[in-house]
Design a protein around this ligand. Sequence first.
Ligand code: 8YV
Length: 314
Amino acid sequence: MAQRPGVLLLQPCVDSMLPSLERSFTVFKLWEAPDEGAFVAAHAPSIRGLVGNTVVGASASLIDALPHLEIVSSFSVGLDKIDLPRCRQRGIAVTYTPDVLTDCTADTALSLMLACLRRIPAADRFVRQRLWPVEKNFIHTTKASGKRVGIVGLGRIGMAIAKRVEAFGCPIAYQGRSAKSGIPYSYYSTATELAANSDVLMIACPLTEGTKGSINREVLDALGPSGFLINIARGPIVDEAELVKALVEGRIGGAGLDVFENEPQVPQELTSLDNVVLTPHVGSLTWETRRAMADLVVSNLEAYFAGKPLLTPV
Ligand code: 8YV
C-alpha cells in the first residue's frame, strides 16, 4: 500500500476533524509536542500537508522547515496567518474556508450590535445581581432599528451583515477599495467619511498591510460619542490603544468586540466598561459551522492528493 501523506495539524480545531483527517492521512499533532521545533524537524520528511487556523498559521519559518510541504489547508477564511508570498515562491497550494462561516460570523456581528446598543449583558448582570428590586429600573439604552450602519469591507461577510441589518430598517453604507457595481448602498472611499455618516461602524474587512491600524483616532472621532464600533474581523485593523482611550474618554458611545490585537489578551480597561461587549473570537464558533469548516479543510486535502481540483483555492 502506498504511504499515506503526512499532514501537520497545528491546533485541535474541532473534534470531528481529527478522525476525518486520519481516514486518509498520517496526522502529526503539533500542539501535543513538548518541543515543537524538534517535532517538526523529526517529521519534516513525511509532512506534505499542513492545517492551521487563525491562532497558529503557516509562517515563513514553519514553511521553510518543511521542505516537502505541498499544500496548506487553512481552517479559516482569514489568511493573515499564512505567509502567502512564501507559499507562492515555493509553489505550495493554499486553500481556506469561505462561505460556510459567513452566516454565523454575520449573526455574531448582529448579536454584538444588539447586545451593545441595548446593553443586554449589563441588563443580565442587573438581574443576576438582584439590583432590579432595589433600583427599580434599568438604565435607558439606544434604539437599534433604523440606525445608520456603515460596513468597512463589503465582502461575503459584509454583505451578509448588510442583508441582516436591512431587516432592521437600517440605512446602509460601506467603504472598501472601490465602489461595487449593482449595490444599492452608499459608498464612501474612506473609513473616516463612512464613520462620520454612521451610527454603527461594522468592521468586516480582511487584515492586510493596508487595513492594519486603519480604524484610528480620526475614524473613531468621526464616529463620535453616540457611535458604536463592532469588530468581528481582526483586532489589529483597529488601533486598540486609541479605541480604549476613545471608550474611556467617552469619545465613542460603545463597542462590541469579538477580536483583539493580542488575543487572547484583552486590555484591562475594556473589562470594566458597561458600554462594551466582549466575546472571545467566536464568530464562526457553532457546531454546524465548525463541522462544515472541518469538512472543507479535509475535502481540499483529499482533492489535492487525489489529483482533483481544489474546492476552495486561495
Ligand atoms: C477562525 C476566523 O478560523 O475564519 C476566520 O478567519 O477568524 C475564524 O473562523 C477560528 O477562530 C479558528 O481559529
